[in-house]
Design a protein around this ligand. Structure first.
Ligand SMILES: [Zn+2]
Length: 264
């Protein structure tokens, strides 16, 4: 388990989450990486959803306006398009709606388990959200909203984002850099003098491990968005609008709907 090999569909690159056997039929995670459908959508989730044929599937699409914060939505039809709540996380446990988030350097993070019933939590975890504590906040959220939640029975996937190879920030007057230094694990950043090099996926992994996630249940995509512009969108490498779209469904109704991207 980890990530399946990438698939090309009419020139559009797709990356599926490889689902553990116990979650088969209860979880689908698909990343739409660089390709014509995402180019055309220009980062607009309604355009992307129409181009994918989403409105004809019977599934609602939850597509929050992302604000680099720590708010998490609970799967409800009333939160689906055309509504656009402000949030950076979505808990999915019915399968009637797909959750969606968009990325161009920030990290897609997926947590999922079938214990005590199938659920998935998808998160937009960039530098800012991670520095603000979206990972520990999401664990607290699960403890409150999923009775019987157990981190040691949870799987986690960190998708593509900007690697430490390409991520430095000004130290001096940038309050967000100071927030990162204060809140992120010390071994996830290096002080270079006037600049600081941050390793965001390392910070996410360390926060998950310190919460109790077993090391063999974390899967990392590992490719840097900025170093791989042929496959991935990167804001810092010049993609001002187009975004990677991450679609996730989880819960007992997953098998009732059959969108094409869940069957490849
Ligand atoms: Zn890089």
């Amino acid at each position: 388990m980890s990530f399946s090999p990438p698939v090309m569909h009419n020139g559009q690159r797709l990356q599926k989450i490889e689902v553990p056997r116990e979650l088969e039929g209860y979880l689908d995670g698909t990343l739409f990486l660089r390709g014509p459908i995402m180019d055309e959508a220009g980062g607009d989730p309604e355009k992307a959803w129409r181009a994918l044929g989403g409105p004809g599937t019977g599934i609602g699409l939850i597509a929050p306006v992302q604000v680099h914060g720590t708010a998490i939505l609970d799967e409800k039809r009333v939160l689906a398009l055309p509504t656009r709540p402000r949030a950076d996380g979505i808990l999915l446990h019915k399968g009637q709606c797909a959750g969606s988030l968009r990325f161009a350097d920030c990290f897609p993070l997926l947590l999922s388990s079938c214990h005590p019933h199938p659920w998935a939590l998808m998160l937009h975890a960039g530098f800012e959200g991670t520095a603000r504590g979206i990972v520990p906040r999401s664990i607290e959220f699960l403890e409150n909203r999923v009775p019987g939640f157990r981190i040691e029975k949870t799987y986690a996937w960190i998708g593509p984002g900007i690697g430490s190879c390409c991520y430095q920030r000004e130290k001096g007057r940038d309050a967000k850099t100071a927030l990162g230094i204060r809140n992120l694990p010390a071994s996830s950043w290096i002080d270079l003098g006037e600049r600081v090099r941050f390793d965001i996926p390392k910070a996410i992994g360390l926060q998950l491990f310190s919460a109790g996630l077993p090391r063999d249940r974390l899967f990392e995509y590992g490719l840097c968005t900025s170093c791989n512009p042929d496959q991935l969108y990167s804001y810092r490498a010049g993609d001002l609008f187009a975004r990677t779209l991450f679609l996730v469904r989880s819960g007992p109704a997953v098998h009732k709907f059959h969108p094409w991207w869940e069957n490849i």
